[in-house]
Write a protein that binds this ligand. Structure first.
Ligand code: CDP
Ligand code: MG
Length: 137
């Protein structure tokens, strides 16, 4: 069943010149880019996007990282896209993520881990509404 998911290519990936590498992996998998924007995340959007993390001890550092530079926001679609993209990006901690995944191949950090992707249908709906309100159902 075709699904849509929200993907962020985080500021560390933009800074490192990995946007093409990451989009290429999504495209080669067979996923479709429905929308794509280069923009920065302000603190208000960070607090909404990471609502379930704002009380965590790491949140101030995460917020500073995510708002410090440009990122690429995308809506990606395809068969079981939500789970497929989560598998492609790998575990949260780049030091532990499996080789072959984006984080496993390209990140050595638990914070600067290159990509965000929605983790469930409810998250995808909520996050697409935040980042691409014109696409929200
Ligand atoms: O992104 P993912 O869903 O894999 O991980 P999460 O547990 O939902 O955490 C969201 C983001 O917070 C991670 O992708 C990291 O960038 C960041 N994080 C952090 O800075 N420090 C931690 N100890 C855990 C997560
Ligand atoms: Mg998460």
């Amino acid at each position: 069943m075709s699904e849509r998911t929200l993907v962020l290519i985080k500021p560390d990936a933009v800074r490192r010149g990995l946007v093409g590498e990451i989009i290429g992996r999504l495209e080669r998998k067979g996923l479709t880019i429905e929308a794509m924007t280069l923009r920065t995340m302000d603190v208000a959007l960070a607090d909404q996007h990471y609502a379930e993390h704002v009380e965590r001890p790491y949140y101030p550092a995460l917020r500073d990282f995510m708002t410090a530079g440009e990122l690429v926001s995308l809506v990606v679609s395809g068969d079981e896209a939500i789970a497929v993209v989560r598998t492609l990006i790998g575990a949260t901690d780049g030091r532990k993520a499996a080789p072959g995944s984006i984080r496993g191949d390209l990140s050595l950090s638990n914070r600067e881990n290159l990509v965000h992707a929605s983790d469930s249908p409810d998250s995808a709906k909520r996050e697409i509404g935040l980042w691409f309100p014109e696409l929200a159902l």
